[in-house]
Design a protein around this ligand. Structure first.
Ligand SMILES: Cc1cc2nc3c(=O)[nH]c(=O)nc-3n(C[C@H](O)[C@H](O)[C@H](O)COP(=O)(O)O)c2cc1C
Length: 203
């Protein structure tokens, strides 16, 4: 059973969450994790102006995903930073390239799930995940979130991401905050949860 974890990250927050998601997937017997990033669409000079060149080196080794390999997945977890309350353009472009798969119904019945990062606590984590789900539903995917069985999303003793829609992290206005232990635990839970459901569907 193959579980794809496909992300875009500019400063490393979504990448850190993707690693935790992958760790959770690995907890399920028989689940193989395939970690991928979506193609960059911004030119190097723009990435330079955005201060992303150094941070992106940390995950430059992760292979870039092709649209065709999605057909091999039993489940796909997508990770994106919030851009104006929506997924980032790089992820949108990647999804828009899956028209052939939509025509073939190639993703129908596969599990789909989303995790995100935003700068601010209320800057669009939930809207980004829920609007992302629309694309997954058009592809016929079985959408899975982060159930309250992950009790960490009930916490009010510290600032934390995480909602029934999916794991999330708050990066801070300058990207100064990396995912907390609670947010990483949410990501591991979601990875394991998605892989467990995919395993049941694969039976
Ligand atoms: C063009 C642009 C739009 C953004 N829009 C939002 C937003 O609507 N809400 C928010 O909280 N953060 C917003 N951010 C901040 C990013 O979500 C943040 O940098 C990202 O979550 C960090 O994750 P990464 O290091 O994996 O890229 C925006 C950033 C950019 C560059």
């Amino acid at each position: 059973m193959k579980v794809y974890v496909i992300f875009y990250s500019m400063y490393g927050h979504v990448y850190r969450m993707a690693e935790a998601i992958a760790d959770g997937v690995k907890e399920v017997k028989g689940a193989e994790v395939v970690l991928r990033r979506v193609p960059e669409t911004l030119p190097p000079e723009v990435l330079g102006k955005m201060g992303a060149v150094e941070s992106q080196k940390a995950f430059a080794h992760v292979p870039v995903c092709t649209v065709d390999e999605l057909t091999q997945a039993d489940a796909i977890l997508f990770g994106t930073p919030t851009r104006f309350g929506n997924m980032c353009g790089q992820m949108r472009q990647f999804l828009d390239a899956t028209g052939k798969l939509w025509m073939q119904g190639a993703l129908v019945g596969k599990v789909g799930s989303v995790f995100v990062s935003s700068a601010t606590q209320h800057g669009g984590q939930e809207s980004t995940i829920l609007s992302f789900h629309i694309s997954l539903l058009h592809q016929g995917m079985v959408v899975v979130g982060l159930p309250y069985a992950f009790q960490g999303q009930m916490r009010i003793d510290e600032i934390t991401g995480g909602s029934p829609y999916g794991a999330s992290t708050i990066a801070g206005g300058k990207g100064e905050r990396m995912p907390s232990e609670n947010e990483l635990a949410a990501a591991r839970f979601q990875g394991k949860h998605v892989a467990s459901i995919a395993a049941k569907l694969a039976r």
